[in-house]
Design a protein around this ligand. Structure first.
Ligand code: ADP
Ligand code: ASP
Ligand code: MG
Length: 406
């Protein structure tokens, strides 16, 4: 009998009816003869709501208490799903992350898994019961409840699949990984397969599904992932080691991300050590800098622009103003309404002209490019925030990714 780890995201268990539908899906898998371990997220937008609640109650929000609060969302979902399974005659037990043996470090709000002692989960499935585990949580080496971070339930599922030697299925509200967000571009196509490397580039470019840490874990431990719909039985997308065998597909996917902001420092003295000083101090403040562009200097001065998550913009802008004074730069400007649009594809490695086609397509559609960065299998451009969806759609068409219109 194969062990199947099935993870259901927040939208899949958003209300009582969906919880019963998910229970029905699990029951069918059990009746097919598989041993099923389930990982579940908090219902709907509950994690966001709990975060908001905390911000209304407290200014300090200690990490230990935040983790206790947030993990309550997943805990509720496990109990409700078990109740729905019992109604269908399927014996099932709920487990917190701690009960399921997830030992983590002590970093609250973003704990790392150190070990999975899956004995209780294994014993439950061997006794013919479904184990329903709360996602994104564990217990720290200090015996405190920990939260693995946003999107952490995907990581819980992959780690359990690896610990139990099982298959990992990530169920969500769309039927797989698409060539771009199907909610933005209705002509997006579901990919039947994508390699870990390409998926990681898509995650880094801002694709929300699956969570990047889960894909990294899966790649490191060789766990194949199957992303599929919680409400249909159609096959979804396999994420595996093997690169796509569609040799003619130079670009596999297009990702739009409007969650970043841009800061520009103008008139930066062009001498060794200035960039080091600026970015060291930003790093020490925990600023997660993404793209960096420095212009050719003119009369000993240059401009440096960088992107960062938009939710830290105000603080980082203030810190950058202080830094600009320190290094003798002229001015700091910030733009919170930018978008990063990225094309990802292993075929780019051996095909020249991808960048040129990107720039020509955007130019033909009158979309201005503010920044450019590339890796071996990705090209990203920064455009105005309100051009994001249009830029994604025209590039999706230009690279032949649109599904045939029905
Ligand atoms: P879950 O709650 O199941 O963890 P998320 O809400 O985190 O799922 O992510 C699923 C959403 O990701 C989908 O509803 C879809 O709109 C969005 N999405 C964005 N880009 C893609 C893509 N390339 N393929 C599939 N889904 C995508
Ligand atoms: N519920 C958490 C979140 O929304 C964890 C998860 O579901 O992955 O980020
Ligand atoms: Mg999610």
């Amino acid at each position: 009998m194969a062990v199947v780890v099935q993870k259901f995201g927040g939208t899949s268990v958003a209300d009582p009816e969906r919880i019963r539908e998910v229970a029905d899906h699990i029951a069918r898998t059990v009746r097919r003869g598989d041993q099923v371990v389930v990982v579940v997220s908090a219902m709907g937008k509950e994690t966001d709501e709990l975060l908001h609640l905390a911000s209304q109650v407290s200014k300090t929000r200690p990490g230990r208490e935040m983790d206790m609060l947030i993990t309550a969302g997943e805990r509720k979902a496990t109990a409700l799903l078990c109740m729905a399974l019992h109604d269908l005659g399927i014996p099932a037990d709920s487990f917190t992350g701690s009960q399921a043996g997830f030992i983590t470090d002590t970093t609250h709000m973003n704990a790392k898994i150190l070990e999975v002692r899956a004995d209780r989960v294994r014993a439950a499935v061997e006794a013919g019961r479904v184990a329903v585990v709360g996602g994104a949580q564990g217990v720290s080496t200090d015996h405190d409840v920990t939260f693995l971070g946003r999107g952490g339930s995907d990581t819980t599922a992959v780690a359990l699949a690896e610990a139990l030697g099982g298959v990992c299925e990530l169920y969500t509200d769309v039927s797989g990984v698409f060539t771009t967000d199907p909610r933005v571009v209705p002509l997006a196509r579901r990919m039947s397969r994508i390699s870990f490397d390409e998926m990681l580039e898509m995650c880094a470019a801002g694709c929300p599904k699956p969570a990047m840490r889960a894909v990294e874990f899966a790649r490191t431990h060789g766990v194949d992932l199957h992303v599929r719909s919680a409400f249909t039985w159609e096959p979804g997308t396999w994420i595996t080691k093997k690169e796509s065998d569609m040799e003619d597909a130079i670009v596999s996917g297009v990702v739009g991300d409007d969650s970043e902001a841009k800061i520009t420092i103008t008139g930066v003295p062009d001498r060794p050590g200035v960039a080091a000083q600026v970015f060291r101090q930003l790093a020490d403040r925990g600023v997660n800098v993404d793209m960096i562009v420095q212009n050719v200097s003119e009369q000993g001065r240059t401009d440096i622009s960088f992107t960062l998550p938009a939710d830290g913009l105000d603080e980082t802008e203030a810190a950058t103003r202080e830094l600009a004074l320190e290094v003798g730069a002229d001015e700091v400007t910030a733009d919170g309404s930018i978008a990063k649009v990225s094309l990802v594809g292993a075929g780019m490695k051996s095909n020249p002209g991808v960048a040129a086609t990107v720039f020509e397509t955007l130019a033909a559609n009158d979309i201005n490019i503010e920044m450019i960065s590339t890796s071996a299998i990705r090209i990203s451009v920064v455009v105005a925030g309100d051009e994001c969806d249009r830029a994604v759609a025209v590039l999706h068409t230009a690279f032949g990714l649109d599904a045939a219109r029905s």
